[in-house]
Each structure stands twice: as structure tokens, then as C-alpha cells.
Design a protein around this ligand. Structure first.
Ligand code: IMP
Ligand code: MG
Length: 180
């Protein structure tokens, strides 16, 4: 019997973005960010767990000095929908006061996570604060938010792979699939 990962890899579920499409977009985003932050040394903050793969790929293509840190938040639990309540599971270790901060998300859905992070990090008085997300879902926002670097705008469907999970699994897939 095929396990979940194998079923996706065997294309039993529709593919939304191939590994090649993702990698091309990641390079393009890294190039733009490297240009925009030339001469600066930003701190990239990865939002765990979902962004780990995008974060690692993006940072490989950043051509300027930078630092990294991570924050872990949760809002979904094991479900396919946000619980509406964002909790910090692991806080930042670095000081971001006076720094150029770039928060790296996997996907923006309701917008509650980025809104929560923006408020929390603004209070720490960074020199600048911008948000990067590989994916932005259309028509699912529950609050008004801004995303400075958005990779792909995707339909309002549940997607997995490339860091995105369903019940903690399928993050290891190199492409992104529609699951619902
Ligand atoms: P938001 O707070 O509703 O914008 O959701 C943000 C977080 O929910 C993302 O960083 C993901 O971790 C998770 N999420 C949202 N949509 C999906 C999805 O389609 N698949 C997997 N995780 C998702
Ligand atoms: Mg996330």
C-alpha cells in the first residue's frame, strides 16, 4: 500500500506548482530582495514550521550580508482551517530593535498570523519591517494585511508540500499539491 507521500509523488493528487516553478520564483524573489537591501544587513526571520524549506532555498540565493532567526507560531492545530487564535510556541532569540527585519512566511491565508507578527514585531522597534510569503491565497483574508514580496497568488484551496503540512505530514514534498 502506498503511504501518503508516495500517493502525492505518484500524482494521485493535482499538482499546483512544480518544483521547477517554485525554484524559479524563489530565485526571482531572492534577487529582488538582494537588490532592495543592497548595502544593508537584514535579519531574516523564518516562521516555523511551514517556511523552513522556502526559507532555506531563499537564503541560498541572497547575495548580501544577513542574519537569520526563527519564530514558531501556531493557529491551525491539526485542522484544515485556522482556529483564529495565534500562539507563540518559540519566540525570537535576536534583538530586532533598529534592525531591518524581513519575516518569511510559507503562505498567507486568513492574514491573522502576519497581522499578529506585524503587531508583535513593530513593538520591538525595528528600523524597517517587511513580509515575504511564497504563497498568498486569494479571497480568504479575514483581516486587511500587507505582504511586501508575494510569490504566487493561489486559489482558496488547501495545499500541501514544500514545507506545508496536513496534520504535520507531507512537508517533505518538493512540489505543492491541492489536497481538499
Ligand atoms: P493565516 O494565519 O490564516 O494567514 O495562516 C497562516 C498559516 O496557516 C500559514 O503560515 C500555514 O502554516 C497555515 N496554512 C494556511 N493555509 C494552509 C494550507 O493551505 N495548507 C497548509 N497550511 C496552511
Ligand atoms: Mg506558517
Amino acid at each position: 500500500m502506498l503511504d501518503e507521500t508516495a500517493k502525492f509523488l505518484a500524482n494521485q493528487y493535482p499538482i499546483l506548482l512544480t518544483a521547477e516553478q517554485i525554484q524559479a520564483k524563489v530565485r526571482e524573489m531572492a534577487k529582488q530582495i538582494s537588490t532592495d537591501y543592497a548595502g544593508k544587513c537584514p535579519v531574516f526571520i523564518g516562521v516555523l514550521n511551514g517556511s523552513f524549506m522556502f526559507f532555506a532555498d531563499l537564503l541560498r540565493h541572497i547575495k548580501i550580508d544577513c542574519e537569520v532567526d526563527f519564530i514558531k507560531i501556531s493557529s491551525y492545530g491539526e485542522a484544515m482551517r485556522t482556529s483564529g487564535l495565534v500562539k507563540v510556541r518559540k519566540d525570537l532569540d535576536c534583538h530586532i530593535e533598529g534592525r531591518h527585519v524581513i519575516v518569511v512566511e510559507d503562505i498567507i491565508d486568513s492574514g491573522l498570523s502576519v497581522t499578529f507578527l506585524k503587531k508583535k514585531m513593530s513593538e520591538m522597534k525595528p528600523e524597517s519591517l517587511k513580509f515575504v510569503s511564497l504563497l498568498v491565497k486569494e479571497g480568504s483574508a479575514q483581516v486587511e494585511y500587507s505582504c511586501d514580496y508575494a510569490g504566487f497568488r493561489i486559489p482558496n484551496r488547501f495545499v500541501v508540500g514544500y514545507g506545508l503540512d496536513y496534520a504535520q505530514k507531507l512537508r517533505n514534498l518538493p512540489a505543492i499539491y491541492v489536497m481538499d
